[in-house]
Design a protein. Structure first.
Lengths: 542, 112
């Protein structure tokens, strides 16, 4: 009745959990062993994620509901995998391998328990993507956040501790809002199972509806804080720009968790009934404000790390605005953009650390004075063991240019394809003479301006870094550090070549998400397995 | 009883919000603790207030008289997670105190 492949669904949570737990028992001195175990776990996770996305993509009728503890759906906790969650899990796992490889050069030994925290972060991310239950989502969110607190502080130093403290305080407050939202929804709808909620919300009585919507709004604030929507995003640039390079790279995925949950919950809970379209205006205008704020931030930043952090905001804002517009063709382009921008930003954060290695530690912060008074690069390069990359500056420069092209959305790489898919759907080329709406045009304008600002900022930073500091020290870059960056950039190139199939997959994904009946049906029809003693645990069904 | 609970939640929330807006890390952590107590009570409240009722299904007893067990399970999880994160925040607070020599949230040493 149940094939072995069905258990693949729970593996993206179990593999990091077990790997992380095993790693706790290996002393920090045994660095090579730790690194091997961690890398094995992450590669296994990537294999499972690819297998899952293969299964989900090929079979339309894949039974993607996993009953944890074998309880029937509204009573027990379920994991649900559909195309969207499989896509996010695959993105996480594929990003995780190069980022981990990058950290093996030096960062993993900069503090205690890096590998365990990293694995627990992956577990939290995967759990948040896979869960089909609001409270379980809270638990995985907290697992992810607890690991991220440790990772943000990894490497220590006054700047990290200060940013870490703000980050923890903001996220603890957001977690409390999360709880308030969840309990309001439970109090009004009487369930926390996402499929069950989707089925019940259209029929909720009007006197309770307002409370339920208030709960959903409070819940939304918690997710939007994570995604970095404009008035809630002031913690993000300082946290992301001081985090250790591999940590910042994996953090870009964390802001995508907020986006994923917003997309999942709005399509599932508010697609029909009297509450249809609830909150979409907030997403649209909030997304536009975020986009504008991120654009200004990118232009105003001197340090490369801050440009990266504000680019995270630009990416979040674009996605939120597109979700708020509720145009399925645009959202499928948006998913491609999500994939492309997460990969790029991950590569960018790692690259920034390599590029800035050759510079004075405080130089980037004081770049204005540096430009005014000339460079003073007398930093002694730090020692690390391993093979040095030949032709370092050329390779770094090419990678930097690729990142700039990807982030600003110029052809020929995937950033362009994704933005094109998104914008052409918004402008409405191809559809029968329907003029684009004013909000859609505003979003299009902002996205294009954001791309232009990113291009200007990165060109300026690139000129300063690679051309005007020729007498500066050439950073000593190891092969194991630059190869992961090149690998991620190669993935975006592959995404460009395979843009057609990728976009078709995204369209299928969005079709699966916007019709919540399939999701609800899949969860409701899944019955527990009969126990081995033939005691039917809950045969009541309805 | 509803009124007492509502007033208690309200007082704790307002104290908590005021405290997390203060500049000292100790005040922030006390504020966060107060807020989490308020939220825990709130979660209890959404299940409906009943005293001396078991959260168990018993034959012959109407469901309406029973306590809802789900908020209790939720609140237990929330308490555990809240403890863990508060403890972690305390460690960061001490680290920040050690690095900056001040308990200001921005590491500044000036008073006010």
């Amino acid at each position: 009745m149940i094939e072995l492949s069905h258990h693949l669904i729970v593996l993206p949570i179990l593999i990091p959990l077990i790997t992380g737990a095993v790693l706790l028992f290996i002393a920090d001195r045994q660095r090579v062993l730790k690194a091997l175990v961690s890398l094995t776990g992450t590669v296994a996770l990537a294999a499972v994620a690819l297998l899952l996305i293969g299964i989900v993509a090929s079979e339309n009728s894949f039974d993607g509901v996993y009953l944890l503890g074998n309880w029937a759906s509204p009573f027990g906790i379920v994991l649900v995998i559909d195309k969207l969650s499989a896509l996010m899990v695959a993105l996480t796992a594929i990003m995780a391998v190069p980022v981990l490889a990058f950290s093996l050069a030096r960062w993993h030994s900069a503090g205690a328990h890096f590998h365990s925290l990293y694995q627990f972060l992956l577990m939290g991310l995967n759990g948040a993507f896979l869960t089909g239950d609001l409270f379980n989502l809270f638990v995985f969110f907290e697992v992810m956040l607890a690991a991220s607190y440790g990772l943000l502080l990894h490497g220590s130093g006054p700047l990290r501790v200060k940013a870490g403290m703000h980050y923890i305080a903001v996220n603890l407050a957001a977690a409390l809002l999360f709880l308030i939202g969840v309990s309001l929804i439970y109090g009004t709808a009487g369930t926390l199972n996402m499929a069950d909620l989707a089925a019940r919300i259209p029929t909720i009585e009007p006197d309770r509806r307002m409370l339920m919507e208030a709960g959903a709004a409070v819940l939304g604030v918690a997710f939007l804080t994570k995604a970095g929507m404009w008035p809630l995003c002031f913690w993000l640039p300082s946290a992301y720009s001081v985090a250790a390079a591999p940590v910042a790279a994996i953090f870009t995925l964390m802001s995508k968790v907020g986006i994923y949950i917003i997309l999942r919950l709005t399509t599932l809970l508010f697609s029909e009934g009297p509450s249809a379209g609830f909150g979409s205006d907030v997403l649209l205008y909030g997304g536009m404000a975020t986009l504008a704020f991120g654009t200004i931030g990118v232009l105003a930043s001197q340090a490369l790390g801050r440009i990266g952090a504000y680019s995270v905001l630009v990416s979040s804002g674009t996605l939120l605005a597109v979700i708020g517009l509720d145009d399925s063709a645009a959202i499928s382009g948006g998913l491609l953009y999500l994939l492309s921008s997460s990969l790029t930003l991950g590569a960018f954060f790692m690259l920034v650390e390599l590029v800035e290695r050759g510079q004075d530690a405080g130089a980037s912060v004081l770049a204005v004075t540096m430009e005014a008074y000339g460079d003073a690069d007398d930093e002694i390069p730090e020692e690390g063991e391993g093979v040095t990359m030949p032709g370092t500056l050329a390779v770094l420069g090419i990678c930097f240019a690729a990142c700039a092209i990807l982030l600003s959305g110029l052809p020929p790489l995937s950033g362009f394809v994704a933005k094109f898919a998104m914008l052409s759907a918004l402008i409405g080329t191809g559809s029968i003479g329907v003029p684009p709406t004013a909000p859609a045009l505003a979003v299009v304008t902002l996205v294009i301006l954001g791309g232009l600002a990113t291009l200007i900022a990165l060109t300026r930073a690139g000129i300063r870094t690679f051309w005007s500091s020729i007498e500066g020290t050439v950073p000593r870059v190891l092969v194991i550090e630059i190869v992961p960056v090149m690998l991620i950039l190669a993935l975006t190139a592959a995404l460009t070549v395979k843009a057609g199939p990728a976009l078709a997959f995204m369209e299928a994904t969005i079709r699966g998400v916007t019709g919540p009946q399939a999701y609800i049906g899949a969860v409701e029809k899944t019955v527990p397995l009969p126990s081995w003693r033939d005691l039917q645990p809950s045969a009541k069904g309805d | 009883m509803e009124l007492v609970l509502a007033i208690a939640i309200g007082i704790m929330t307002s104290c908590g919000v005021w405290l997390i807006l203060r500049p000292r890390t100790y005040q922030v952590i006390i504020g966060l603790s107060l807020l989490s107590y308020a939220v825990n009570l709130f979660i209890f409240g959404v299940g409906g207030l009943k005293s001396d009722e078991p959260p168990l299904l018993v034959d012959g007893v109407a469901i309406e008289t029973l306590t809802d067990p789900v908020p209790q399970a939720l609140v237990l999880t929330a308490i555990v997670i809240g403890f863990a994160t508060t403890a972690l925040f305390l460690v960061v607070l001490l680290a920040s105190r050690g690095l900056t020599g001040s308990d200001h949230v921005d590491g500044r040493s000036d008073r006010r």
